[in-house]
Design a protein around this ligand. Structure first.
Ligand SMILES: [Zn+2]
Length: 341
């Protein structure tokens, strides 16, 4: 089985965005406070239509079996409105993912968006995480390390500020993909700057304060987009850790931190595989997502990451199995339990 651990519902029916637009418009008009969650009217047929010519078609064409699927990351927009805004929006997005996973249980397994808000304790995300895991059968969450959208106003991920959500993740045995949302800082392009910065910044935060994984030895993070700049600069991070008197990175973090393969060219994938142990790499493409086009040099979609992996003949068969399937059971234990059912 080939499992893609990183896909977003970027093709959701337009009614979802319409609801969101109305919610945001209401924030600006004090006469219409966004106090009610309301409903998003989307039929099952609309959901089928939105996937048949997109994610499902791509799965079939590329030969992947199942996608760990979450709401559109750039759409999370945690900086907008307040806690209630974020809660209602996250609930709608997660409910839609649940419907996708119910309609196509063989193709999609859910991961939730959290109702984060800058400056507000992630304790307020616990109930939604619990609902998504226990009621919907989701296997993980996306945790935004910067709910401000490019201004980094909350403490680092190692701060006790974040502990309430970690406690619940550990209790439920679900990992978080560290995933920023849109950038409202014009210095950072969302998918080209902010995403890669977010990945790299989160990793360095984990080196800087190793107490986190002493407090939560079973806590697991997936750093997407191939780990941002981390594999390329592995020597820098090893050296920094050494200068700080930390143990080798392998001992410090690799029991808890994993990387996906959302790297959109073969040399990048080869570098990732040479630097990071196969035990810490999970196959992913982030389709349909950040980069939609075809590489004129190869004639294939940039985000067809399976093709790069398939073309590399020096990957040991056992490692290939771990990357495409085996590591998911380790990082997402609920995925494995679900598969056994
Ligand atoms: Zn993503």
């Amino acid at each position: 089985m080939i499992i893609d651990c990183h896909g977003h519902y970027t093709t959701a029916p337009k009614e979802l965005q319409k609801w969101r637009d109305a919610q945001i418009a209401a924030l600006k008009d004090a006469k219409h406070p966004p106090s009610s969650k309301g409903t998003v009217a989307i039929s099952d047929d609309q959901i089928r239509e939105s996937l048949e010519n997109a994610q499902l078609k791509i799965q079939r064409e590329r030969g992947t079996d199942v996608t760990i699927f979450s709401p559109r990351a750039a759409g999370m927009g945690h900086h907008l409105g307040n806690e209630t805004t974020s809660r209602h929006w996250s609930e709608h997005c997660n409910e839609l993912i649940h419907r996708v996973c119910t309609l196509y249980p063989q193709n999609f397994v859910g991961v939730c968006q959290l109702p984060q808000t800058p400056g507000v304790s992630p304790a307020n995300c616990v109930a939604e995480l619990e609902r998504c895991v226990r009621d919907f059968g989701f296997v993980g969450c996306n945790l935004n390390p910067d709910p401000s959208g490019g201004y980094w106003t909350d403490p680092p991920l190692t701060d006790k500020f974040w502990y309430p959500i970690y406690e619940k993740m550990v209790e439920l045995d679900v990992p978080a993909m560290i995933h920023v949302s849109t950038s409202c800082n014009p210095n950072f392009h969302t998918t080209g700057g902010h995403y890669i910065n977010g990945d790299t910044t989160a990793f360095m935060q984990l080196i800087s304060e190793p107490k986190l994984f002493k407090d939560f030895p079973t806590l697991k993070f997936v750093i997407p987009h191939g780990g941002g700049a981390v594999p390329y600069h592995w020597g820098r991070y090893r050296g920094l850790a050494q200068d700080m008197g930390r143990p080798p990175l392998k001992d410090l973090l690799l029991g808890n931190v994993f990387f996906d393969t959302c790297v959109y060219h073969r040399p990048g994938i080869e570098l990732l595989l040479k630097v990071i142990p196969a035990d810490n790499i999970l196959f992913a493409s982030e389709m349909v997502g950040a980069v939609k086009g075809i590489d004129p040099d190869t004639g294939h979609y940039y985000d067809d990451t399976k093709r790069y992996l398939d073309a590399i003949d020096w990957i040991e068969p056992a490692d290939r199995e771990k990357i495409f399937q085996g590591n998911v059971s380790k990082v997402y234990p609920r995925f494995a339990k679900r598969a056994k059912k």
